[in-house]
Design a protein around this ligand. Structure first.
Ligand SMILES: Nc1ncnc2c1ncn2[C@@H]1O[C@H](COP(=O)(O)OP(=O)(O)OP(=O)(O)O)[C@@H](O)[C@H]1O
Ligand SMILES: [Mg+2]
Length: 276
């Protein structure tokens, strides 16, 4: 059975159709990418799968997590699936974190709720969860989010998403807000966690190089439609749809422009300043 199965999933806000008749499946342990320009419906598709759509957006069709229907399901039922079946990491770690609560308590919360841990066992598990994301336990556990760097905050957000041991991780532009060296560290961490735990991964990014590194299969969204899908090497190496070709060409153009600059002194630091 699929971990995530979207069937004729359609999302509307008023008269606007944000996602139109999207069908795809993600098998256990499979890594799937969602690419497409800004506004193409990547985040909405992910949010719909987790029952986290904004109030203004209505869903029709079906989105099933581990066989259980999310579209039209009661909040309480979907809340149980979040965390245990699927966890999500967003672009901006602060959206997942409570600014007024120490980080250790925020990681403890899902461990208590989903796994019933208490006392010393809970403290031990918080330390293990932090070690899993390569953070030094005690100091970080006592810190408030604003006392951490962006990379540390995203590691904490990943620890929270994984606390209840989900089978699927949804990562929506998880490194876009981080600077380039930290980006690479967080991607390496995600790769390791997904591999070690045999998790499925739905990875959303506009960065095709990052997507090709992280996933096996990719779906290309344009204006809420899937215009192309297939093995990531095939889709990005030999795109069939004109829209995919445009995406790939503009990514190549950017790479080529950066390569030309790379030989000149200062090019690397320029690139860092620009957040590339
Ligand atoms: N709260 C909302 N209410 C109504 N429409 C929304 C809302 N949030 C986003 N949209 C619209 O939904 C469409 C899809 O947005 P979505 O956030 O899924 O795009 P995206 O592919 O994730 O883009 P990006 O790469 O910029 O993150 C856009 O047209 C957007 O304007
Ligand atoms: Mg988005």
């Amino acid at each position: 059975m699929s971990l995530l199965q979207a069937t004729h999933l359609t999302l509307r806000a008023g008269s606007a159709t944000l996602v139109d008749d999207v069908t795809f499946a993600l098998a256990p342990g499979e890594r799937v990418g969602l690419v497409g320009e800004s506004g193409s419906g990547k985040s909405m598709t992910a949010l719909a799968a987790l029952g986290l759509l904004p109030d203004a957006v209505t869903a029709t069709g079906s989105a099933r997590l581990d066989g259980r229907e999310v579209v039209g399901a009661a909040d309480a039922a979907v809340r149980r699936l979040r965390g245990t079946v699927a966890g999500i990491v967003f672009q901006e770690p602060l959206t997942a974190l409570d600014p007024l609560m120490r980080v250790g308590r925020q990681i403890a919360e899902p461990l208590r709720r989903h796994r019933g841990l208490r006392g010393a066992a809970l403290r031990e598990e918080v330390a293990r969860a932090l070690a899993d994301v390569s953070l030094e336990g005690d100091r970080i556990a006592r810190a408030y989010p604003h006392e951490l760097s962006g990379g540390q905050r995203q590691r904490v957000a990943i620890a929270i998403a994984l606390a209840a041991d989900p089978q699927l991780l949804i990562a929506d532009e998880p490194t876009t807000a981080l600077d380039v060296t930290v980006q690479d560290e967080v991607l390496t961490l995600l790769e390791r966690l997904v591999a070690d735990r045999g998790m499925g991964l739905l990875f959303i990014s506009h960065d095709l190089a990052v997507v090709s590194r992280m996933v096996d299969r990719v779906l290309v969204l344009q204006h809420g439609h899937v215009v192309e899908e297939g093995a990531v090497r095939r889709v990005l190496g030999a795109p069939r749809h004109p829209y995919t070709r445009t995406l790939v060409d503009s990514a190549r153009f950017l790479d080529a422009a950066l390569d030309v600059g790379a030989g000149s002194p200062g090019a690397e630091s320029d690139r860092r300043r620009e957040g590339r």
